[in-house]
Write a protein that binds this ligand. Structure first.
Ligand code: PLP
Length: 386
């Protein structure tokens, strides 16, 4: 399409946009079963629009947006039990959060290898390539979490950082971060916790008595934690936060920013919208811990319901769900995927585990599960799965 010569009316353009949008699958249709994102709370949209023109790279002009950003970071630090010296940085999501954390580790240690589990998010492949680091993959146990013994053996004087995951992308599993933290603390190794998914659900389940391990700054050896507000935070894309135990580490990676009002920047991005920050601020203030607790426990209830319904039709999961992630074992992954897609259901294939992933996000209800299961059963019977 050529760059337009003449402008069009607002009405025509909005109509065009609407046609594009009609081709999307909205979360509200209930058909997106595999995504880690969800429909943002209505207040997110209003907040986002209010700050549409703001630039967080230039806080002198946008003092209000800057203040709001600082307060959001304080709330996240509180959520993650960060010590007084800690600092946070807004990022676009889990990928950039991991990137910034590894950049900190690299610049602090000057070392060249990062140790990641096989279930680490693929963003670490990008990060290793950008920063010219070597990825060492540590073995996992039967529960699909890092094996401490294997970790102990793989650490070396080349290790810049260990990555542990709190809510793995495929399974929602949580690495034994207390044990890993102890090892990393003793060995003086930098430990980054990728809580992109788990960061906005694990704390709220723990508050309700769920038996889940500590994953944040309560664990002594943890150096950095990244969380995503655009996943279980129920806020708008793009919004993640990376937090470091010692604020001086951000100074280590900061560069002079001579032509904007903030004289030093430790962020990767320069110009940044205040919109998503406002959305996350608003959603967090609107829900509070109580609102998030309610969402978290509802998601776990639908998870247990889904699991029960799957078992009833003769299907099983790779692990017992730890969080609201369900990984369904299937022998004929391709055929099952094809059948489900034909029936309008969207789940995520995980070839590595011969299974497909579903995430019981807040937009998934029991009623949707009741509609899904008969279709899944039919598909599975057709391809001889059950
Ligand atoms: C989603 C996810 C990421 C990547 O986050 P983006 O927001 O997509 O950049 C990283 N790590 C984990 C564990 C994730 O679930």
């Amino acid at each position: 399409m050529a760059f337009p010569t003449h402008g069009k009316s607002e009405r025509d353009i909005l109509e065009e946009l609407h046609e594009f949008r009609e081709k999307d699958i909205p979360f509200s249709s209930g058909r997106i079963l595999g995504s880690m994102c969800t429909k943002p709370l209505p207040i997110a949209e209003k907040a986002y629009m209010e700050f549409l023109e703001t630039n967080l790279g230039d806080p002198e002009h946008f003092m209000g947006a800057w203040e709001m950003e600082e307060q959001l970071l304080e709330m996240i630090k509180d959520l993650l039990h960060a010590p007084l010296d800690a600092a946070g940085q807004i990022v676009s999501g889990g990928t950039e959060g991991n990137l910034l954390a590894i950049l900190v580790a690299k610049s602090l240690t000057g070392k060249k290898e990062i140790v990641v589990p096989s279930h680490a998010h693929f963003s670490f492949n990008k990060i290793a390539s950008i920063m010219n680091l070597k990825l060492r993959v540590v073995d996992t146990s039967d529960a699909h979490v890092i094996s401490i013994n294997s970790l102990r053996n793989i650490l070396s004087d080349k290790t810049a950082a260990v990555v542990a995951v709190a809510g793995s992308t495929e399974l929602g599993a949580i690495d034994p971060i207390e044990e890993i933290g102890e090892l990393c603390y003793d060995e003086h190794v930098f430990l980054h916790v990728d809580a992109a998914f788990g960061g906005f659900i694990i704390p709220f389940l723990k508050e309700q008595g769920y038996d889940l391990p500590n994953f944040d700054f309560l664990v002594n050896g943890v150096s950095t934690v990244s969380v995503d507000a655009h996943k279980m935070g129920c806020s708008a894309i793009p919004l993640g936060i990376v937090t470091v135990r010692d604020r001086r580490w951000f100074e280590d990676i900061s560069v002079d920013a001579p032509y904007v009002s903030r004289k030093k920047q430790s962020s990767i991005l320069g110009t940044r919208s205040g919109g998503p920050v406002a959305a996350a601020y608003a959603v967090i203030k609107h829900l509070g811990r109580e609102g998030y607790q309610e969402i978290a426990s509802r998601c776990m209830e639908t998870t247990f319901y889904m699991k029960q319904r799957l078992n009833e039709v003769g299907l099983d999961t790779v692990i017992e769900p730890v969080l609201n992630v369900i990984e369904v074992k299937v022998k004929n992954l391709k055929e099952v995927m094809k059948g489900l897609t034909a029936k309008g259901w969207h789940v995520n294939p995980v070839e590595r585990l011969s299974s497909f992933r579903m995430v019981m996000m807040p937009h998934i209800t029991k009623q949707i599960i009741d509609e899904f299961i008969p279709d899944l059963e039919e598909v599975c019977k057709e391809v001889g799965e059950i």
